[in-house]
Design a protein around this ligand. Structure first.
Ligand code: CO
Length: 241
């Protein structure tokens, strides 16, 4: 899983470097897939089935009011001022890694900058709580408190998850909840922690394509994710270079 995590991190680094006005989201998808295969891994999302629907690409790219699961397209070009969620996972020798970042195209407006900063801080607040002896609810509460103290909202419809020999395993890791509740964390557990933070309402809708989740009020959203390992001395972040 360390190796899988490093491959995910390397791909996201490459994608971030290519984010600029004019590039299509399909081009980023192709870069992600080719680099992954070159490193001996397989994209985890392509062909992944949720409720009978098959995800058609290697990468999820979610722009502005899109929350998660945006599908790359040859006709969608990034524009100056957009904020772009890049969510990517791989399978390497039978185990998974999963991570996401949100980056700005050029200079973001003030609110978008703050939204990204708060979502990133919420992820790290959750990671700080991911140690043996704590419970899932400690992670959830830390994330929710960070986000709501900043006046933003956390998405309820999608959650973080266990990860390992499958992309999604138990336990679910919600981005809202109460301390001292939920499953106990033990050494050796691996979790994907992934706050989705909305500028306005927490409610989301799924578009006609069956995948793209957007904010109901069409205000912006930011998403950060790391896969982590619970150790005796806290979380080891697997998807960080
Ligand atoms: Co995930």
């Amino acid at each position: 899983m360390r190796k899988a995590g490093q491959i995910v991190a390397r791909v996201l680094q490459e994608l971030e470097a290519r984010v600029r006005p004019g590039i299509t989201t399909a081009e980023l998808d192709r870069v992600a897939e080719e680099l992954t295969l070159k490193m001996g891994a397989v994209p985890a999302f392509k062909g992944y089935e949720v409720a009978g629907r098959v995800y058609p690409a290697a990468l999820c790219i979610s722009i502005n009011e899109e929350v998660v699961h945006g599908i790359p397209s040859r006709s969608r070009r990034l524009e100056e001022g957009d904020i772009v969620g890049l969510d990517f996972g791989v399978c390497y020798q039978g185990v998974y890694g999963d991570a996401a970042v949100t980056v700005a195209v050029g200079r973001p407006d003030e609110e978008s900058k703050r939204l990204m900063d708060v979502a990133r801080a919420a992820l790290w607040a959750g990671i700080q709580e991911a140690r043996a002896g704590n419970r899932v609810g400690d992670i959830s509460a830390a994330i929710q408190e960070t986000v709501e103290a900043a006046g933003f909202s956390v998405v309820r419809q999608f959650v973080g998850h266990g990860i390992g020999e499958r992309l999604h395993e138990d336990p679910q890791v919600p981005n809202f909840g109460r301390r001292d509740r939920g499953e106990r964390l033990v050494e050796g557990m691996a979790l994907a922690i992934e706050p989705m933070v909305n500028a306005g309402t927490w409610e989301v809708d799924v578009l006609q394509d069956g995948w793209t989740a957007v904010t109901r009020d069409r205000r912006r959203s930011a998403h950060f994710e790391h896969s982590i390992l619970v150790t005796a001395n806290g979380a080891e972040v697997l998807t960080q270079l």
